[in-house]
Ligand binder design. Structure first.
Ligand code: PGA
Length: 248
């Protein structure tokens, strides 16, 4: 893909007042950034983002999307609803949703399908736990997670974004080394190449304690096309430093 993609994942953080300050600082600070930049906000703040970020370089997204189209699914938000709020991206299969909300590979694949059908780019998260890494199962786990999405989405797969987020690196301050991340990204790239004629369209993001200090070395790797940033996306200076590292 051309140009890196940096996506902030605010998780369950923010308030109207805090978001206003953060989005103003980020949109102002983007200046001459040459990479693409988005933030994925709690759904109740999507209208606010639509108002604050419209016309700027900043795109916005949701952190989840329903696997259903519409109807009796209390608490769920459909792809069509999110689309009305200018949403460009939806994170699907984040490890926190797989872990705390029981999302299976099949559910994640259907969520990606719903997003694609509505013109929203799913950011499909894959990643192994510490136990899986330590027992040598990293490759098997990430390939299985991605295979489910490929199987369900066929040729549309070239329209997705993939984020490799080792679970042991999320919010822990333990980043995968650039070499560890590159190794898994290369595997995922090969898997995508076998599945689509346009693997070059697919951005492969790294996520897991990416910050202002380590972003440049991770983003310098061949198969790392950007980052999915949790904690460091909540402070405009940190987030903008990562954007700057991705703009070289
Ligand atoms: P982190 O989170 O940057 O705080 O580790 C990344 C993510 O979970 O998307």
């Amino acid at each position: 893909m051309s140009g890196k993609l940096i996506v902030g994942n605010w998780k369950m953080n923010g308030s109207l007042a805090a978001n206003q300050e953060l989005v103003r600082a980020v949109t102002t600070g983007l200046g001459t950034a040459t990479c693409k930049v988005a933030v994925c906000a709690p759904a109740v703040y999507l209208l606010q983002l639509q108002q604050l970020a419209a016309g700027s370089q900043l795109m916005w997204g949701a952190q989840d999307i329903s696997a259903h189209e519409q109807g009796a699914y209390t608490g769920e938000l459909s792809a069509a609803m999110l689309r009305e709020f200018g949403v460009r991206f939806a994170i699907v299969g984040h490890s926190e949703r797989r872990q705390y909300h029981g999302e299976t590979d099949a559910v994640v694949a259907t969520k990606a399908q719903r997003a694609l059908a509505a013109g929203i780019t799913p950011i499909v998260c894959v990643g192994e736990s510490l136990a899986e890494r330590e027992t040598g199962h990293t490759e098997e786990v990430v390939k299985r997670q991605l295979a489910a999405v490929i199987h369900t989405n066929g040729h549309c797969i070239s329209e997705i974004v993939v984020a490799y987020e080792p679970v042991w690196a999320i919010g822990t301050g333990k980043t995968a080394s650039p070499e560890q991340a590159q190794q898994v990204h290369a595997l995922l790239r090969a898997q995508l190449k076998a599945a689509t004629e346009h693997p070059e369209r697919i951005a492969l993001l790294y996520g897991g304690s990416m910050n202002a200090a380590n972003a440049a070395s991770l983003l310098a790797q061949n198969d790392i096309d950007g980052g999915l940033i949790g904690g460091a996306s909540l402070k405009s200076t940190d987030f903008l430093s990562i954007v700057a590292a991705a703009s070289h």
